[in-house]
Design a protein around this ligand. Structure first.
Ligand code: TSB
Ligand code: ZN
Length: 587
């Protein structure tokens, strides 16, 4: 029963799926032909391409991938037909005798009939669908191979997985490969190492980064920047300890609803202490430390709050998902009728922060309770309805587009999350604004209203620039490590051409330091060109070269990290220029 699919009439998704899956078959054919005794397991289509898992007598080399590639192109050129058929399980067992993985798969099939696809002399156990002929698979490249356990289980044999990228056209494939390369070049883990921004250590553990001096400088600048915006907006900054008694989190509901994400408690003499997974309960107790009248509201308690979450070892990596993190956090205690106005104030702060940081691509996500799994959240349908309704109205008033994500709410309330994608399209939440009617109840919060009666405030939880860790990861990748001047850990390197220029060069450094610029002297033994190259590799924005002529004229020869040469400029002018550039940030 031959099928003649008309690729042009299908959705692109369907078409690509068939092409990628067909290429996986063609790859398996090539591998079985090239490697005596090869066993083949499974080979699906995936995002951007396909893979196939093999049990092979020896590890694959890059050379092998080339051979496989050539063999695949032969099959593609021959333009053989993909043919579907059904046989019985017994027939299938006979056909795949000597292929233990296929036999195991056959055992797992519930029907009596087993579906096959054949092209040329190669047949695979397969439900399809495929392209009509091998010439239709599009443009592909075998990209890598790696180990993968059979059925993803570490007790099973380790197989070798070969990955291919596949698109309809060579241009699309090239664009994809270029994107992947660019993503690797910009990967914050790689740049974090190369630029000396942060590190990890086995003795400390996964997800617990060390901020090295240069990374710490960028972080301090970020912290100063955001706390500055907050001070202007009337936030009050506090410091609170990173742990508390377990009872605190029993009252808040974290113990019931967030325990899986918390480190286990520490046993002390008569009590259990917990590393905090969030800062809210501490801020709530600061609110409760005073009596409040409607005239004080909104009360905005802010902190660069360090918190600890037991993220699973499989998901921690670099700085974007860590186990110890410092959030640009605040809790706004306000009257119910103030919620929408406060919400849009926060949104405005988010926009301003993004503008200065140079962040232009993001999307809004309304994160709601999952109606199918209400037990995961704090109870109270009415409270949830009010909170979700308020949030929707607040968003609609701002006329901003958003997607809706049921199941992504915090346990205490719905959130407006701001999502960024990385270079490979993976999304993470950065800013978040959350409406909470639950914690005010749990802690019996109140303020005295105009009517002299006690009223319950609402809490808006918000993080404007996310955790320092996650934002740092993003900024490193956004700028490929070449931070704008105001965030650059080293803003300029002064490069004397010969030893006789050292004194003047040191004086330039001192003048710039006095002007609050971050500058270093490269007094090493390298030649000038090597020093310039080194500063460029470190992505230092300005290189200031000092030779005889410059020394004479109290100037420096200015070069940018882009390679642009601005020629000699008087030192005082260079300082003014840098100060101006810092003051305007990324605007
Ligand atoms: C905003 N209580 C609120 C706070 O008041 C809160 O903690 N919200 S949160 O759980 O959504 O976390 C706030 C932000 O921290 C997230 O939006 C995300 O940007 C960041 N974040 C969360 N988990 C991690 C992690 N493991 N590593 C780095 N950043 C994280
Ligand atoms: Zn909070």
């Amino acid at each position: 029963m031959a099928e003649t699919p008309k690729l042009k009439e299908m959705s692109q998704e369907d078409r690509l799926h068939r092409m990628r899956h067909s290429a996986a078959h063609i790859m398996a054919e090539a591998v079985l032909e090239l490697f005596d005794g090869a066993k083949f397991a499974i080979g699906p289509a995936i995002d951007n391409g396909f893979y196939y898992d093999f049990d092979l007598p020896q590890p694959l080399t890059p050379d092998d991938l080339q051979k496989i590639d050539r063999r695949m192109r032969r099959t593609i050129k021959r333009n053989v037909e993909f043919v579907h058929s059904d046989i019985t399980k017994d027939e299938a067992r006979a056909m795949f005798a000597g292929q233990p993985y296929k036999l195991e798969l056959i055992d797992g099939i519930e029907d009596e009939a087993v579906s096959l696809y054949q092209h040329g002399d190669f047949t695979d156990l397969c439900e399809g669908p495929h392209v009509g002929r091998s010439g239709q698979v599009g443009a592909f490249k075998l990209t890598s191979s790696s180990g993968a356990y059979w059925r993803g289980d570490e007790h099973n044999p380790m197989l070798q997985r070969i990955y291919g990228a596949l698109f309809e056209t060579q241009e699309e494939l090239d664009a994809h490969l270029e994107r992947v390369e660019e993503a690797q070049r910009r990967d914050h883990r790689r740049l974090g190492r190369e630029l000396g921004l942060f590190a990890g250590h086995e003795l400390i553990g996964a997800g617990l980064p060390l901020w090295l001096p240069k990374g710490a400088t960028v972080r301090r600048l970020l912290e100063e920047f955001i706390t500055g915006l907050e001070r202007q907006a009337g936030y009050q900054h506090v410091y609170t300890p990173h742990l508390a008694k377990r009872e605190l989190y029993e009252i808040s509901g974290h113990w019931d609803h967030f325990q899986d994400d918390m480190f286990p408690p520490m046993d002390l003499e008569h009590e259990q202490m917990v590393l905090r997974p969030m800062n809210c309960p501490h801020h709530i107790l600061i609110y409760k430390n005073d009596h409040h009248s409607y005239r004080d509201l909104p009360v905005k308690i802010a902190e660069l709050g360090t918190m600890y979450r037991y993220e699973r070892s499989g998901v921690v990596g670099g700085l974007s998902r860590v186990r110890a993190m410092t959030l640009n956090d605040a809790h706004i205690f306000c009257a119910p009728e103030q919620v929408k106005a406060e919400f849009s104030n926060v949104m405005r702060m988010v926009e301003e922060a993004y503008e200065h940081l140079g962040i232009t691509e993001y999307s809004y996500r309304l994160s709601l309770r999952d109606p199918e799994n209400k037990e995961k959240y704090a109870p109270g349908d009415e409270m949830w309805d009010t909170a979700e309704q308020t949030l929707r109205e607040a968003m609609d008033e701002l006329s901003l587009p958003y997607t809706v994500a049921p199941g992504e709410a915090a346990f205490y309330g719905p959130k407006l999350d701001i999502q960024f994608s990385d270079l490979l399209g993976r999304e993470e939440t950065y800013s978040t604004i959350q409406i909470d009617f639950h914690l005010p109840n749990q802690f019996d919060l109140s303020y005295i209203g105009e009517d002299n009666e006690e009223h319950r405030p609402v809490i808006i939880h918000r993080g404007v620039i996310s955790t320092m860790e996650r934002m740092m990861a993003h900024l490193i990748e956004l700028y490929g490590g070449a931070f704008p001047l105001w965030l650059a850990p080293i803003q300029a390197v002064v490069i004397p051409i010969a030893d006789r220029h050292l004194d003047f060069a040191s004086q330039v450094v001192d003048d710039m330091l006095a002007a609050d610029l971050r500058v270093e002297l490269d007094d090493g033994g390298d030649r000038m060109q090597a020093k310039i190259r080194n500063a460029q590799l470190q992505k230092v924005p300005y290189m200031l070269v000092v030779g005889d002529r410059e020394q004479e004229a109290e100037s420096v020869a200015v070069r940018l990290r882009s390679g642009e040469d601005l020629g000699p400029l008087p030192v005082f002018q260079v300082i003014d220029r840098l100060k101006d550039e810092v003051a305007t940030r990324t605007k």
